[in-house]
Design a protein around this ligand. Structure first.
Ligand code: NAG
Ligand code: NAG
Ligand code: NAG
Ligand code: NAG
Length: 230
């Protein structure tokens, strides 16, 4: 109830500001060309915020290649975006080509989900029990995309639930369920090492026809209610 009231107050503030951000048509076009709608972003995606990401001092430009095997993507990159006052954001890194673009039956793999970020202070967000997992494509799985998604929250959300399993995540669905608006994105590509087949280590090579079951376990990010002052 408190949560709802807090959200309503924030919403009222936004509505009264009558804020109509411009759609970044160039970004939309690049994301479309990357074939990431609707595999990651929603059909009606309208990016309004530039999501600037850089690993090892190299700016990500919708498809930039990085080299996981040279340790280029081992750590959380530098992420910048324009923020609205008092707003909270969510950032996700998902793999829509898991294990391969040709047969993405585990997609999306959630490599990182950081919620309740105050403005662009990424380190103040909550990684929901699944910290940044560096991209490490399996040999023989070809070229893959990794996608950053930026969403604006309606408010601080103390009681979000997130599936425990990383595979078979759907960032558009997660955002819709939690009334988060996807406002920006970017992506990069990596090349996996050569190999005769794309096989997940430790799994039966013939499992690609049977879809894994998603766990129903949820991870409440916090049950502590935040004191709210008006
Ligand atoms: C990557 O990091 C690992 C572990 O720290 C290290 O052993 C390896 O030499 C590094 N590789 C490169 C290419 O820097
Ligand atoms: C993700 O969820 C959205 C909304 O429920 C749905 O439209 C879309 O098809 C789903 N995407 C995938 C790849 O399953
Ligand atoms: C994130 O959520 C966990 C799980 O409830 C909680 O223990 C932790 O304090 C939260 N961290 C932050 C930075 O909010
Ligand atoms: C979060 O959930 C807990 C337990 O269900 C509840 O006591 C608390 O009031 C909720 N907090 C908010 C802000 O809704």
């Amino acid at each position: 109830m408190k949560n709802l009231f807090f959200c309503a107050a924030v919403l009222f503030g936004l509505v009264s500001a009558d804020y109509h951000p411009r759609i970044l048509k160039g970004d939309l076009e690049k994301i479309r060309r990357g074939e990431l709608i609707p595999s990651v972003f929603p059909e009606n995606f309208a990016p309004t915020t530039e999501l600037r990401v850089s690993y090892v001092n190299r700016q990500m430009r919708f498809g930039t290649e990085y080299f996981p095997y040279r340790n280029e993507t081992d750590n959380i990159p530098v992420i910048k975006y324009k923020t609205e006052r008092n707003a909270f954001y969510t950032i996700a890194l998902v793999d829509p080509d898991a294990p391969s673009r040709a047969d993405p039956y585990r997609a999306q793999v959630r490599h990182w989900l950081n919620v309740n970020i105050p403005g662009d202070r990424i380190d103040k967000g909550n990684s929901t029990g699944t910290p940044y997992l560096r991209p490490a494509p399996f040999a023989g799985c070809g070229r893959k995309r990794f996608v950053y998604v930026l969403a604006k929250q309606e408010c601080y959300m103390p009681n979000l639930t997130v599936p425990q399993a990383r595979p078979n995540f759907n960032v558009t669905e997660f955002c819709a369920q939690n009334r988060m608006k996807i406002i920006g994105g970017n992506y990069f590509e990596v090349e996996s090492e050569p190999g005769p087949t794309c096989t997940i280590p430790g799994s039966n090579p013939t499992t690609s026809t049977s879809r894994p079951i998603t766990t129903t376990t949820v991870y409440p990010i916090t049950t502590i209610s935040r004191r709210i002052y008006y």
